[in-house]
Design a protein. Sequence first.
Length: 88
Amino acid sequence: MKIFEMLKEALQPLQVPVVFEPDAEIEAANRFWAEARSRVLAIAEAHGLQVVLADHDDEFLFALYDGGERVPSEAEVIEAIREYMEVC
């Protein structure tokens, strides 16, 4: 039993507390989608259009930006909003 206690005491300084730090990729993705949302809302407002987007995981925004693979032009955003308004 004494050997176990000695081993435990010897290994104690090796224990490092785990500190959670947000992953850089997650932060970048969150920033991308926040900027995309702001951009679409600003374009809509500038053209007198109204669109409601969820704060997180908006399906319309995700489809418009092709899952984050591309950034649509202003004309594409306007067209997509108008089509979206017709459906709703």
